[in-house]
Design a protein around this ligand. Structure first.
Ligand SMILES: Nc1ncnc2c1ncn2[C@@H]1O[C@H](COP(=O)(O)OP(=O)(O)OP(=O)(O)O)[C@@H](O)[C@H]1O
Ligand SMILES: [Mg+2]
Length: 411
């Protein structure tokens, strides 16, 4: 039995979960702390003090509900500073028997790390997509096989060093050391996608408050990831501007009466909207609201489609698009997406069937990345050795991460 802690610092909410993993890898959620976000915009910290207080509040609640004090967590990350690219590494197997050993795999992964990154960025994930051994491709785990030349193709996710440092300072200020950073859509993929979808080819789109995070999975591994600075806040903002009403009013209108597709709006009775100052309240129809929302949602779909095209994997995604994140709950989003992408579309919720404990609120698509962080921790069990510790200095998380990367190898 061991514990995993996931901390998702979003633009709308900060969520901290504590999970217990049994010897069979089953996850039970024993602690939860969710508070409204503060000091975060578009996935990045813009007010350290406010963000630290909010993270501390979420952590304290998770500690109280679980009865388990903890000092470190897996921390989700998103934001425009993240870059992702694909890389290749090649080494020769010169030992007498030409048998690939574990340390050859380590070496070839190291070789794949040698890529040009934007200034002051560092690698957070290096995900092996497949190995080539001499001319044999599609090798999932080369250890024990014979060959002369080992190549790996890997997906590399890098993030701005300063953004990571700020995130780390924020967590430490809240009493939590960063055990490892995990890219939000990779975490979300752990929670909402099936193995079949990942194997066949699928796009995961996590539409949060300030960001839309995308990950494309093919043959079981992530092949393309990106974080776009657009989310549900923009929908509310557009409504506030279009209907000349305060932002909280627009937010409530969106959640209660919003629909992403005008064609689905049938009941068209007017909704009373409180406007600014002394102006008389506006009577608008659900159709008016849907018109504003549809415009922005289609704009978002354009960005997603552009990313799919840019990845070069369009046409390779038979499992279609899976949406998650709080904004995936917008009525009509799925229907509009089916029409737009001409692919299968579903809204993914964390599979709570395989979870137990405090799962009542966690079935919402908004908690995909948070639950995914725990799954990630449960999966990659080398995390164990860093758990239950009393915290770590910032200098050694990179080293821990490097060791941890090796656990990402396919089994
Ligand atoms: N029923 C609903 N219909 C439409 N939008 C909704 C609904 N419920 C929540 N939202 C929107 O979901 C967004 C919050 O989603 P989520 O909790 O996934 O964000 P986050 O993870 O904090 O942010 P991010 O990942 O962008 O940093 C808000 O913009 C909110 O308005
Ligand atoms: Mg999020």
């Amino acid at each position: 039995m061991r514990h995993v802690v996931g901390l998702d610092i979003g633009s709308s909410k900060i969520a901290c979960l504590v999970g217990e993993v049994d010897d069979h890898g089953r996850l039970r959620i024993i602690g939860i702390g969710v508070v409204p976000s503060a000091g975060i915009r578009k996935g990045a910290i813009v007010d350290l003090e406010a963000a630290t207080r909010a993270v501390e509040a979420a952590v304290t609640r998770a500690e109280h509900t679980s009865g388990l004090p903890f000092h470190s967590a897996l921390v989700g990350m998103a934001g425009a500073h993240i870059v992702s690219l694909n890389s290749r590494g090649t080494i020769s197997i010169s030992r007498g028997s030409h048998t690939v050993q574990q340390d050859d795999v380590q070496r070839v992964l190291e070789a794949a790390r040698a890529i040009a990154l934007p200034h002051s960025h560092e690698i957070v994930h290096l995900i092996p997509r497949g190995f080539w051994l001499d001319s044999e491709n599609g090798v999932r785990n080369p250890v024990g096989l014979h060959g002369y030349r080992l190549e790996v193709e890997a997906h590399v996710v890098a993030a701005s060093t300063t953004a990571l440092q700020t995130l780390e300072t924020c967590c430490r200020g809240a009493g939590v050391e960063v055990q490892a950073f995990v890219l939000d859509p990779l975490a979300a993929g752990e929670a909402v996608l099936t193995e079949d979808e990942k194997e066949l080819g699928v796009v995961l789109v996590d539409v949060g408050g300030g960001t839309t995070d995308i990950a494309i999975f093919i043959e079981g591994a992530a092949w393309h990831t990106v974080s776009l600075p657009v989310g549900g806040h923009h929908l509310s903002h557009d409504l506030a501007v279009g209907l000349q009403c305060p932002l909280p009013v627009a937010e409530e209108l969106k959640v209660r009466h919003g629909c992403a597709a005008t064609s689905l709006v049938t009941a068209n009775e007017p909704v009373d909207v409180a406007t600014f100052g002394d102006m008389p309240s506006n009577a608008v129809t659900r159709h008016d609201i849907a018109e504003i929302l549809q415009y922005r949602v289609l704009d978002l779909f354009d960005l997603v489609r552009r990313e799919i095209k840019r990845s070069g994997y369009d046409g390779l995604l038979p499992a279609g698009v899976v949406f998650c994140g709080g904004s995936a709950q917008l009525e009509g989003l799925r229907e509009l997406a089916i029409e737009y992408f001409q692919l299968p579309v579903r809204v993914g919720q964390p599979h709570t069937a395989r979870l137990s404990g405090l799962i009542d609120t966690l079935g919402s698509p908004a908690f995909a990345a948070t639950v995914g962080l725990l799954r990630w921790g449960a999966h990659h069990h080398q995390v164990r050795e860093h758990q239950n510790g009393t915290g770590h200095s910032s200098s050694d998380w990179k080293e821990r991460l490097t060791r941890w990367l090796t656990t990402l190898l396919p089994e």
